[in-house]
Design a protein around this ligand. Structure first.
Ligand code: WT7
Length: 632
């Protein structure tokens, strides 16, 4: 129901939603979770299975390297698969998958276990052992999920690299992780075309001295180059006697590594965040169950790519631990028509749909008639993640997709946080554009650079004051970088620095404004200015370049480059185009700049830092601001 009060507009959840909500009250439970943080998380952890329960909930002796559920023995697979095999969930659908061409496959939890166990045995036969890093570069097919889960099952560490990244970006990640096994597919389908993947892996392997073995799934049947003793087809391996579909799950320490996930920061090359079996299981399961109000009969669809943290936490792990039926779709939302998603919602009876503002804006431009021509009344809850959702997209999602009665769970979080940090519950009155309030156990604040809290309504830095079980354990092979990036700004206070600007209003609702560092969010994808500039500078025409984010109607932000050319090059349209292709080839399509302008020099501080803020304010026609640090 919608109140007609003056601004800001509140959206009260309907009786239907609140009556069936798993969590019926926020304030009291929030207070309890803050005052009794360890007890709260122990209660949540007690809802999961453990080989052995923890001796201590939280050890902060080595802060900011927090240890949760110390002494606990588990494996995320124990909860995501094994325990379901002993209940009625065994015969429930775990996965409904649809390929872009329209083919579909489904797996019960029983069937999922057989697939994952078989894949796990195959990995073992390739010499993969506990702690080894396996790189996964795949289209959105069921085997992507099986590969991730198979790694976890045997205690190997998966590193999923988004399938849109170039071979160089892939090779960088393989090399940084010292990974010797990669899992891929010949290709996948996107917008009616085959996107090649194995050929990209082949090029990456040439740049990766550690790479020994590649397992390839046949998805499209295109011709691919395979090398003896290095390349194996998954279907060949599956027919070998070693590929039994029975496999013991490896017992792990709660703090053992589960996966690495590369993400961009404000400086340097992408880094791998490390997530672990124990705390991450508890955090993803709890947040998913409470925020999406998961019911046993729900069909849940997170339409992200498993290659990002959203996919890890809220397609794969959280939902499977909660025994949900998850939907997976391979291709583009508007192929062959802009109602592809709505057709699948109707066909499979989806109850919860979780996506991004970029995807919503992309579908909104085709108008209401596309959702309207399908019966999508099965939807009960909607979700949004990745960037602030603008009022227009919120209203359209709420009205045209949610028919005015599905609350939108705007969830704020990061690769580093493992799961939701700010999010409503279905019972929370909503304000469009606000992710509302902190999830249980989390204490937040909006502070200035000195750490002083700013008054309500004023913009400041968003910090998290207390540890939570989903927090990444470290940066892989670079603990100092973990400390420097997230914990040095508010070292004395011991707060986690998010890198986001935000405001809190008089009702305690949080409003995320965007990154306050040099991270750029293009269509919700996270890229670093320094990373983009570094690749630009590898082009022979470029002396140096600066990358900034400017607002874009569909993508939220787009990359704008200011480039300084070598004197032998002329600033032509052709060169601009060539540089755009250069970015695509060296990083990926998502890194293609919106525009490139050529300049004589870049504005810099006296200490030689590029003044990106100045480039941005000039591009937006805003005042220059403080120029006292600028060099002559
Ligand atoms: C950054 C983290 C967490 C899953 C996907 C992104 C932005 C994320 C929201 C939201 C406004 C959001 C922040 C954050 N962000 N969710 N609901 N409202 N901004 O993970 O790639 O690690 O990016 O995404 O700027 O810092 P990520």
């Amino acid at each position: 129901m919608e109140k007609n009060d003056a601004k800001p507009k509140w959206y009260e959840p309907s009786r239907e939603v609140t009556e069936q909500a798993n969590v019926k009250e926020y304030d009291q439970l929030y207070r309890y979770s803050i005052e009794n943080r360890e007890a709260f998380w122990a209660e949540q952890a007690n809802q999961l299975s453990w080989y052995k329960k923890w001796d201590k909930v939280l050890d902060d002796q080595q802060a900011p390297f927090y240890n949760w559920f110390v002494g606990g023995r588990t494996n995320i697979i124990l909860n995501a698969i094994d325990r379901h095999l002993k209940s009625a969930t065994r015969n429930k659908l775990a996965v409904i998958w649809e390929g872009e061409p329209g083919d579909s496959r489904t797996f019960s939890y029983h069937a999922l276990n057989r697939e994952v166990s078989q894949f796990a045995n195959i990995l073992k036969s390739m010499g993969v052992r506990k702690g080894d890093v396996v790189t996964i570069y795949m289209p959105q097919i069921p085997e992507q999920l099986f590969a991730m889960l198979a790694c976890a099952k045997i205690g190997a560490v998966h590193s999923v690299v988004y399938g849109g990244f170039s071979h160089e970006a892939l090779a960088d990640r393989i090399n940084d992780a010292n990974s010797r096994v990669v899992i891929t597919a010949d290709g996948g389908y996107r917008r009616g075309k085959v996107v090649e993947m194995k050929s990209v892996v082949n090029k990456a392997m040439e740049l990766s001295p550690t790479m020994e073995i590649c397992i390839t799934v046949k998805r499209t049947g295109i011709d691919v180059y395979m090398e003896n003793d290095r390349d194996y087809w998954l279907h060949d391996l599956k027919s070998l006697p070693i590929a039994s579909n029975k496999c013991e799950t490896e017992e792990m320490d709660a703090s053992d590594m589960l996966f690495l996930l590369y993400t961009s920061g404000s400086t340097g090359r992408p880094k791998a965040l490390v997530h672990t079996h124990g705390g991450y299981s508890v955090y993803t399961a709890t947040t998913h169950r409470m925020v999406f109000d998961i019911k046993p009969e729900d069909r849940y669809w997170c339409a992200a790519d498993p290659g990002w943290i959203t996919g890890h936490s809220y397609i794969v792990y959280g939902p499977l631990i909660n025994g949900s039926t998850i939907m997976l779709y391979e291709g583009a939302p508007n192929h062959p028509y802009p109602d592809r998603w709505w057709k699948m919602v109707e066909k499979y009876g989806i109850n919860i749909l979780y996506t991004s503002p970029t995807a919503i804006r992309g579908l909104m431009r085709f108008g209401d008639s596309w959702p309207n021509r399908n019966d999508i009344s099965s939807l009960r809850l909607l979700g949004s993640v990745g960037e602030p959702i603008n009022a227009e997209a919120w209203s359209w999602f709420h009205r045209a997709v949610g028919r005015g009665n599905c609350p939108i769970m705007d969830t704020w979080w990061q690769t580093e946080t493992g799961g939701f940090i700010i999010a409503p519950l279905p019972i929370t009155p909503l304000k469009p554009g606000s992710a509302t309030k902190p999830f249980f156990g989390n204490e937040l604040a909006i502070v200035d650079d000195a750490g002083k809290e700013v008054p309500d309504g004023e913009e400041g830095n968003l910090v998290i004051k207390s540890p939570w079980p989903g927090l990444a354990k470290s940066v892989f092979n670079d603990p100092q970088r973990f400390v420097d990036t997230y914990w040095s700004k508010y070292k004395e206070q011991g707060w986690y620095h998010t890198g986001d600007s935000a405001k809190k209003d008089e009702d305690g609702y949080y409003w995320i404004i965007g990154r306050n560092d040099d991270v750029i969010k293009v269509s919700g994808y996270r890229l670093g200015s320094a990373e983009i500039e570094g690749i630009m500078a590898t082009h022979p025409a470029i002396v140096e370049a600066a990358a900034i984010a400017l607002p874009h109607q569909l993508k939220g932000n787009a990359i704008h480059i200011t480039a300084v050319l070598k004197s032998t090059y002329k600033p032509t349209k052709e060169l601009e185009h060539e540089l755009m292709v250069h970015m695509e080839e060296h990083l990926g399509k998502i890194a293609r700049p919106e525009a490139i302008v050529f300049a004589e020099a870049l504005p810099k501080t006296r200490s030689g830092k590029i003044m990106r803020r100045l480039l941005k304010s000039r591009a937006l026609g805003l005042p220059d601001g403080d120029l006292s640090t600028m060099e002559e």
